[in-house]
Each structure stands twice: as structure tokens, then as C-alpha cells.
Design a protein around this ligand. Structure first.
Ligand SMILES: CC(C)(COP(=O)(O)OP(=O)(O)OC[C@H]1O[C@@H](n2cnc3c(N)ncnc32)[C@H](O)[C@@H]1OP(=O)(O)O)[C@@H](O)C(=O)NCCC(=O)NCCS
Length: 169
């Protein structure tokens, strides 16, 4: 049975392990710790399978710098599922739980920089054709966005910014 719940202090080591094993490096795991230590507002959910943390998802605010000023949205990631538990639906459950958890934050949409084959199935669409970009055009094929409600991002374009800790990854 999979239980999706908010992280608790006792999960911190397991979250580090899930991220470092899934990514094969501890860069994302350290990013999660840094953001937590910085007191960044975050949604941090774990997938608990039989009492063990098998998956993790993080969402943090991102800023869209539009010609009319900053607009706040969300950023999904990192997210990770333990290698032995991948391709069994945990990632999909974490994404829908993560999107549900941030529905009332006033975010216009949720961005993700990630696998082009994975995120579109959850309603994420390429962001660059909407005039929404991250850093440089090399990110265009990997930047996706999902409106939090239909039309929420209409007329909004610009560069997006994550917390500076993301620049270290
Ligand atoms: C990406 C990741 C979180 C997906 O988690 P998961 O629990 O394996 O995902 P699910 O089992 O819900 O998979 C849902 C679907 O996406 C597909 N999928 C999973 N990972 C994929 C990937 N990396 N690329 C393309 N498709 C992928 C699965 O095959 C499955 O398709 P199906 O239903 O047609 O079989 C997990 O593979 C992972 O931790 N990868 C390493 C870390 C990483 O890349 N994180 C994401 C950074 S963008």
C-alpha cells in the first residue's frame, strides 16, 4: 500500500537517500536539504510503502519575470523514486498529490524541467511556445508548465526563476 503524506523530521535521511539513489548523485538530495535549511516555503511529500520512504516530490515557488512585474508560480522538482520501486506508478501518484497540495496557493501554474516523455502525460505542455522560458534556449525542450486552472497563465510570459539554491545543481 502506498501512503502519500507530508515529510516529517524523521524522513529527512530517507529523502536524502531516495534522491541520491534515483539521480545517481547527491546534488538533488543536497538541494532539498539546502532549501529546507533556508526555510523556503515548500511542499515536500513522501510516498511511504510499507513504512519505507520509496518516493519523494518537492514543489517550491518560482517567479515569472513578466513585462508587467513578477508573477508567482510553482516549480515541481526534484522528484525521485527509489530505483527498485520505479515504473510501478509511485511517480504518477506523487505528481497528482503534489499538484493537489498546491492548488490553493494562488500559483498561476506549475513548471517542471524534466523528461519530455514523462510530464506531458500529466497535462504539462511545452512552456517555450507560450513565451515562458528558463535560463537559455537549451532548456526549451525540457521546460513544461501546467496551468493551475484553465486560462490562469493566459497573457503571462517571461523568464522564470527558481530559488538561487537551484543554480548549484
Ligand atoms: C522519473 C521518476 C520520478 C518516475 O517515477 P516512477 O514511479 O518510475 O513513475 P511511474 O511508475 O508513475 O511512471 C509513469 C509512466 O512514466 C514512464 N516513465 C517513468 N520514468 C520515465 C522516464 N524517466 N522517462 C520516460 N518515461 C518514464 C513509465 O514507464 C510509466 O509509463 P507507463 O504507465 O506507460 O508504463 C523516476 O523514474 C525517477 O526517480 N527517476 C530518476 C530521477 C529523475 O529523473 N527524476 C525526475 C527528474 S525530471
Amino acid at each position: 500500500m502506498i501512503i502519500i503524506r507530508s515529510e516529517e523530521p524523521g524522513d529527512i535521511e530517507a529523502i536524502f537517500e531516495v534522491n541520491s539513489r534515483a539521480f545517481g548523485t547527491d546534488a538533488e538530495a543536497r538541494l532539498v536539504n539546502t532549501l529546507r535549511d533556508q526555510g523556503v516555503m515548500m511542499v515536500s511529500l513522501v510516498a511511504d510503502v510499507g513504512g519505507k520512504v520509496a518516493g519523494h516530490i518537492l514543489l517550491t515557488p518560482v517567479t515569472i519575470d513578466t513585462p508587467d512585474g513578477p508573477v508567482i508560480a510553482g516549480g515541481l522538482g526534484p522528484m525521485a523514486v527509489l530505483p527498485g520501486h520505479q515504473r510501478s506508478g509511485i511517480g504518477s501518484i506523487l505528481i497528482s498529490a503534489g499538484l493537489d497540495a498546491c492548488r490553493n496557493f494562488g500559483w498561476k501554474g506549475v513548471f517542471v524541467v524534466g523528461h519530455p516523455e514523462f510530464y506531458p502525460r500529466f497535462g504539462f505542455v511545452p512552456a517555450a511556445p507560450l513565451g515562458l522560458r528558463y535560463k537559455g534556449e537549451e532548456f526549451d525542450p525540457y521546460l513544461f508548465v501546467k496551468e493551475i486552472s484553465p486560462g490562469a497563465l493566459q497573457g503571462i510570459s517571461g523568464m522564470i526563476r527558481y530559488y538561487s539554491a537551484f543554480d548549484e545543481v
